[in-house]
Design a protein around this ligand. Structure first.
Ligand SMILES: Nc1ncnc2c1ncn2[C@@H]1O[C@H](COP(=O)(O)OP(=O)(O)OP(=O)(O)O)[C@@H](O)[C@H]1O
Ligand SMILES: [Mg+2]
Length: 439
């Protein structure tokens, strides 16, 4: 059911774009500032190329067609969805015309905002119908052979409509949207940079194992016996609600939170009693919750601090590597870190952790508090690091995004891991869908 994963991932991107547009529509309502033509043009380009030319045809031709054959109940809904698909190009033409009229002064900001909202509410309703009704139906009604055919079509990298080449173009378009996004939602830079993905590392031997770990704050038992493991090259996610103990576990792994029972082995050694700075030297590097960059220090000095365990000879080279990944940090390297936007601070926090040349990167809710467009950028960064061979333990409340990119994942509920499996299995697990994905 790779096709369903791909569709849901695409829905999430579209949902983020729609949410961003809603946010900007609210801003337009309240103000008289000139409408940002390049930004909206980039959004409309993305929607046209991505939804109308690839996402919808792919659904119509493969998934919907097969589902019609297998389920009579799906018929009327599919009729409705396909009719909406056909309206897509017309809707976009309306949006483009409204943008031009607003730019020339013929249409007021408020009227443009109304047009934008009409579009996004249609798009969101459409996505909701697919996620809540069609995809579950497809899961039930389609056979193994059906999925084999559909998945093969969806994964066809040479397909001219949605193969590898156009996927690259979509990514470029998406980066363009992000880089043109106004300060209130974007990176505030026209140089977001395209991350070059490397080859995926083969999954290797055991890098970390956590056994029976317990930890408490006074009488509050925050961790009640955690067992989990991370293999070299893996991206393992830990998802769970507020207060489940995610941060406590990361702090226990970093060595800043005492254990009351259990053990932690890392890279072949028992590190249960090891001091936190020595764990950094062994290769465990944490990107803390809420980023915690040193606001008054320059960006460059923040990165330097991340390298305190490293020989001075590595410094320049490692810093260049971080700057290549996040050009905006280089541009602003002499400025205090406190002047960066939330998304930029997250990039800095990740860069700082990378300066320690970690073998295991611990990420604590990197998407927290970020505008929807930036959430996607942060997860792109995580994906890229993984593809370059980094081993990553990712803690997230944003279960959807985390499970979508994880090799394996654990669900944490009030101090206990209650479920584990591949990211995909958990994404499809009814319990997880109900509890974390709001579906
Ligand atoms: N410093 C502290 N003193 C006392 N109790 C704490 C402290 N930090 C966390 N706790 C408690 O420990 C439990 C686990 O908290 P933790 O911060 O690890 O959860 P979390 O899963 O990271 O949550 P969030 O998603 O909100 O970051 C919660 O019940 C919390 O109230
Ligand atoms: Mg936390």
């Amino acid at each position: 059911m790779e096709a369903l994963r791909i569709i849901s991932e695409e829905h999430r991107n579209l949902w983020r774009i729609a949410t961003t547009v809603d946010h900007l529509a609210d801003e337009l309502d309240g103000g008289t500032a000139a409408v940002d033509v390049p930004f909206f043009t980039s959004v409309f380009d993305y929607l046209e190329h991505f939804i109308d030319r690839a996402h919808h045809p792919k659904e119509d031709d493969f998934l919907f067609r097969r589902l019609r054959q297998r389920s009579d109940a799906a018929g009327p809904l599919l009729d409705q969805l396909e009719a909406e698909h056909r309206q897509g190009p017309g809707n976009l033409a309306t949006l483009r015309a409204a943008l031009a009229a607003t730019a020339s002064g013929a249409l007021g900001n408020q009227a443009f905002a109304t047009t934008l909202r009409a579009y996004t509410s249609g798009l969101k309703g459409h996505i909701r119908t697919e996620e809540k009704e069609i995809l579950p139906l497809a899961r039930q009604a389609l056979t193994g052979d059906d999925w084999h055919d559909i998945d093969r079509a969806f994964l066809d990298n040479s397909d001219p409509l949605f193969g590898e080449k156009v996927q690259g173009e979509f990514r470029e378009l998406y980066h363009r949207v992000v880089s043109l996004a106004p300060e209130s939602v974007g990176l505030g830079s026209h140089e977001a940079g395209v991350l070059a993905a490397g080859e995926a590392a083969p999954r290797g031997d055991l890098l970390m194992s956590v056994r029976g770990v317990q930890s408490a704050y006074g009488r509050i038992q925050a961790l009640k016996g955690i067992d989990l493991e991370v293999r070299r090259g893996e991206l393992v996610a830990l998802v769970g609600a507020n207060g489940a103990g995610k941060t406590t576990l990361l702090r226990a792994i970093s060595g800043v939170q005492p254990l009351t029972a259990g053990s932690i082995h890392f890279d072949g050694q028992d590190i249960t009693g090891l001091r936190s700075d020595l764990r950094v030297r062994r290769g465990i590097s944490q990107v803390p919750e809420g980023r915690q960059v040193f606001g008054p220090l320059s960006i460059e000095d923040n990165l330097r601090l991340g390298a305190y365990t490293q020989p001075a000879a590595n410094l320049a080279e490692d810093m260049e590597r971080v700057y290549a990944m996040f050009p905006i940090l280089k541009e602003k390297r002499h400025l205090p870190a406190g002047t960066l936007s939330g998304g930029q601070q997250q990039m800095l926090a990740i860069g700082r952790a990378l300066m320690a040349r970690p073998k295991l990167l611990l990420l604590d809710e990197p998407s927290m508090g970020l505008a929807p467009l930036l959430v996607e950028e942060v997860f792109n960064v995580v994906k890229t690091l993984k593809s370059q061979g980094m081993t990553i333990f990712l803690v997230e409340q944003n279960a959807f995004a985390a499970l979508a990119i994880a090799d394996r994942a654990y669900v944490l509920e009030t101090g206990n891991t209650t479920l584990s499996g591949s990211g995909q299995e958990l994404l499809n697990n009814e319990q997880v869908r109900a509890a974390y994905l709001g579906m």
